[in-house]
Ligand binder design. Structure first.
Ligand code: SF4
Length: 204
């Protein structure tokens, strides 16, 4: 089973093209200033890798971005999901992780799930969020995080995408009775988002 907090069928904010996004639940890191509190400790759902693969295939997305939370904690199941999707559709895969790539390569030597998952990833954004290195550049939370093409798929595309991005942009969506922020917020946007959340919790 894959434990996740949210999923959306489509956005253009988390990588090239129309992308489905899956935010997995739970994290083994504790980065000061992390705003993904809800994806670490909030409510979650669980579905099989096959069921979530069906969801990905039902969207019109040409890529999927997996964030969280920490995707590597569910590496084997996520690898299975992507394997099922790719049996039917050639989809691009972007993953955000708090681990640095070198650590993942070491772990991959012992953990089959990490090895399988890394094989499915086209672009990895690695490393923990470091508040002091948050310089408001697009696509990553802080400057220490690297944008690493693990395959050829986004290698040429990603530099253009990165430089053409008009700074950080977010979408705020209503999902049922909850609000969801999509994208990497600037410091100002994160502060506004926090105020919205505080307001919401006072009204409930
Ligand atoms: S790895 Fe990501 S979700 Fe986990 S604590 Fe750090 S910023 Fe938050």
């Amino acid at each position: 089973m894959i434990r996740y907090s949210e999923k959306i069928d489509s956005t253009k904010l988390l990588g090239p093209g129309e992308r489905a996004v899956l935010w997995v639940h739970g994290c083994c890191f504790d980065c000061p200033g992390c705003i993904a509190w809800n994806f670490r400790y909030g409510t979650f759902r669980e579905e099989t890798a096959e069921k979530l693969a069906e969801w990905v295939l039902s969207t019109s997305a040409t890529g999927i971005t997996i964030s969280g939370g920490e995707p590597m904690l569910q590496a084997a199941e996520l690898a299975r999901m992507l394997e099922v999707v790719r049996e039917k559709m050639d989809i691009g895969v972007i993953v955000y992780t708090g681990y640095v790539y070198e650590t993942l390569l070491e772990k991959a030597g012992e953990e089959e799930g990490i090895r399988d998952f890394l094989r499915q990833i086209d672009l990895l954004i690695d490393g923990p969020y470091l508040e002091k290195q948050n310089n408001n550049e697009p696509f990553r939370g802080s400057f220490n995080q690297r944008i690493l093409p693990l395959t050829e798929r986004y290698k040429d595309l990603i530099e253009g995408y990165y430089h053409q991005s008009k700074g950080r942009q977010i979408e705020v969506r209503l999902q049922g009775d909850k609000t969801l922020m999509v994208g990497i917020p600037s410091k100002d946007q994160a502060a506004i988002w926090q105020r919205i959340k505080d307001l919401g919790s006072k009204q409930t």
